[in-house]
Each structure stands twice: as C-alpha cells, then as structure tokens.
Design a protein around this ligand. Structure first.
Ligand SMILES: [Zn+2]
Length: 256
C-alpha cells in the first residue's frame, strides 16, 4: 500500500502530464532542453515516428518536422520498412516510416494534404469503433485515404488498454477491428498498433500472440530505440511526436 503522499504525487504527475498533452507547444518547450544532449540520427537505423491529431494550426509544423527528417534519410512505406527489418533491403543510413494513430478527422483535412504534397507515405492505425464518431473519420474518408495511396492498420476497436482486458476481450479487440476494417475497406489488414503501446503496462506477450493468431504480420509498440535488420516485426519501436514540438524536442524521441 502506498503512503498517501506518494499517491498524491503520482496523481499530480498524471494531472500535469494530461494538462501538458492538451498544451503541446508548452510540452515541446519543456522537452526541448533535453534534446541538446541528443542528435538527430546519422547512423543506419530504422525509425517509426508517429503522430495522433494534426489540428490545422499545426499543419506547417508537421511540414517542418517531415522536412527535417527527409534531410536525414528517406521516408518509406510500412511494407518497405518491414522489408528492411527482414533484411531484404540494405540499411545504409537513417530511414523513417511514418504512422498516425486513432481516427482523427484532421488526417483527412490536414495531414494527408501535407503528406501528398511532400510525397511522404504513411500508415494510419485505425481504432475501428471511433470511425463515424464526432471529430473522427467516416468509413468513406478512410476509403478515400486508401485510394490516395495511404496504408491502414488496426488500433483495436475501443482503444482500451489491452493489459486490462481478459483474454477473450483482448482477442476480440485485436481480431474484431481487423475484420471490421477489412469489411469496410476491402483490403487485408496485416499491421497492428497497441493502444498506449508500452510493454507489460499496456499489453503483454498474450496480446502479441493473439495478434499473430489473428493474422497480423506486425505489432507496433511505443518503445523508442532505432530498429535494425533482424529485429522482430512483432515488436516495432515507434517514437511518439506532436507536430507542435520544436526540433529540439523531436530530438528527445528520434536520435541515434
Ligand atoms: Zn491511440
């Protein structure tokens, strides 16, 4: 049993963190000094930066992030990234593979136009139960993004933390979202991203196994280190970013 002060401190931390998430520019300024001790990648390594919502006021910031990454190395599709992990493509410098999580309407209105203009491929990990809800994409929006050349993966049905679910519920979240997205989009969904994404805390070996059994070929987490040929596609490392962050803050997540 934790003493009340420790509980209180933890609650304060949680409150601070959620307040900072709601103020991403401030969060970026707080993170930035730690970026001085890191450098953007120059050595061979595969990075999977990802974003969530991209509100219109951050469209240019997303452009700035992507330009910075593009100067370091190519931006590749999820398929191409898996080929690199499998050793079918050489990795001679930094390579980046972009993804977006949940089902934000701003993917259609802000992110996709920037990505198309900059010719950056991207994977959208869809929380299928959010589709059609206020502030989120419709299935038609998803079909339009697919037709524009973007990839789709699954990010469960309800976005609940898998580690908190019993076996049957977790398996239904993992397999059910795959079936639903496939039925709506008419393509096979082979890639999965775990909500929150931290091993043990947010998902376990059981969930990776369930994903494999459901027919997924890759499983994305939010562990951050660079990946290399030979690493498992069933444990992809991704680096969570917000477009509002300055490049120094990006360096705390994407570095070698
Ligand atoms: Zn998510």
């Amino acid at each position: 049993m934790q003493p009340p002060t420790a509980i209180k401190r933890r609650l304060n931390e949680l409150g601070l963190r959620s307040r900072l998430r709601a103020r991403p520019r401030l969060q970026g300024r707080i993170l930035a000094p730690a970026g001085l001790r890191r450098r953007l990648p120059r050595a061979p390594g595969l990075y999977f930066p990802f974003y969530h919502d991209v509100p219109p006021e951050y469209g240019n910031d997303l452009r700035r992030h992507l330009r910075t990454l593009q100067q370091l190395g190519p931006m590749v599709s999820w398929d191409e990234a898996l080929r690199i992990l499998a050793g079918d493509r050489p990795l001679t410098g930094p390579v980046f593979c972009l993804s977006f999580d949940d089902a934000h309407l701003t993917w259609r209105d802000v992110a996709a136009p920037v990505l198309l203009e900059m010719r950056v491929p991207a994977m959208f990990f869809l929380t299928s139960g959010l589709v059609g809800q206020p502030g989120n994409l419709t299935w038609q929006d998803c079909r339009d993004l697919l037709a524009a050349g973007f990839d789709f993966g699954s990010h469960t049905v309800t976005h609940h933390r898998l580690a908190d679910q019993d076996d049957a519920t977790a398996a239904a979240e993992i397999a059910g979202s795959k079936r639903e997205i496939e039925a709506e989009l008419g393509v096979e969904i082979r890639d999965f991203a775990a909500p929150y994404g931290h091993p043990t805390v947010d998902f376990g070996e059981r969930d990776v196994r369930a994903a494999r059994e459901a027919g997924y070929r890759s499983f994305a987490t939010t562990l951050r280190p660079a990946m290399h040929p030979g690493d498992s596609p069933m444990f992809i490392h991704r680096q969570g970013l917000h477009p509002a962050w300055p490049i120094l803050a990006l360096r705390t997540r994407v570095h070698d």
